[in-house]
Design a protein around this ligand. Sequence first.
Ligand code: VGL
Ligand code: ZN
Length: 201
Amino acid sequence: MRRPGCERLTLNVGDALIVVDVQNDFLPGGSLAVSQSDEVIPVLNRYLAAFARRGLPIFVTRDWHPPNHCSFQPHGGPWPPHCVAGSEGAAFPFALELPASSTLITLKGTEAEKDAYSAFDGTDLNVRLRAKRVQRLFVGGLATDYCVLCTVRDGLKAGYEVVLLQDAVRAVNLRPGDGERAEAEMIRRGAIPIRLEMLVA
Ligand code: VGL
Ligand code: ZN
């Protein structure tokens, strides 16, 4: 019998870590603060170390908007201004331990007139993943119900296996339950949920 929580997962060549939008504006005190989002940092640091130790590629995305971005409330959008390109709010938190050698950064949402939640939308992420012969994406970060959800949807559509880092995501929860519904949708579409303790060291 398979006991839930006792599955084991080994990292292999072909695996890549995708850390979505862990940026100051989405952390406590930021302009679009996601509740308890700081809790993902120590967990992601463990995943980052596991991938770095095996020399596996790490892709880190940044929401990177121009000051007049269409998603900002003063410009008719749904969100307070956040992650303005080059600002402190768009920077990575110091506590996030990004291994310099194996980290590749993807910027998204860079066009004023177009919002992009998915890390694949308007970026060369797919090309870069294919260049590194990646087959399986391990996705964590912020926020579960927006950029993580859209990135996982697009990753599955592009033919990758997707593993959802369930202990390294947090949701905006504009409506209560959005995060849970997003996780359920990702799993229904084929993403495999894991937690740190399921990774074979
Ligand atoms: C995000 C709202 C607006 C995200 C980005 O990273 O999930 N959410 N921009
Ligand atoms: Zn944004």
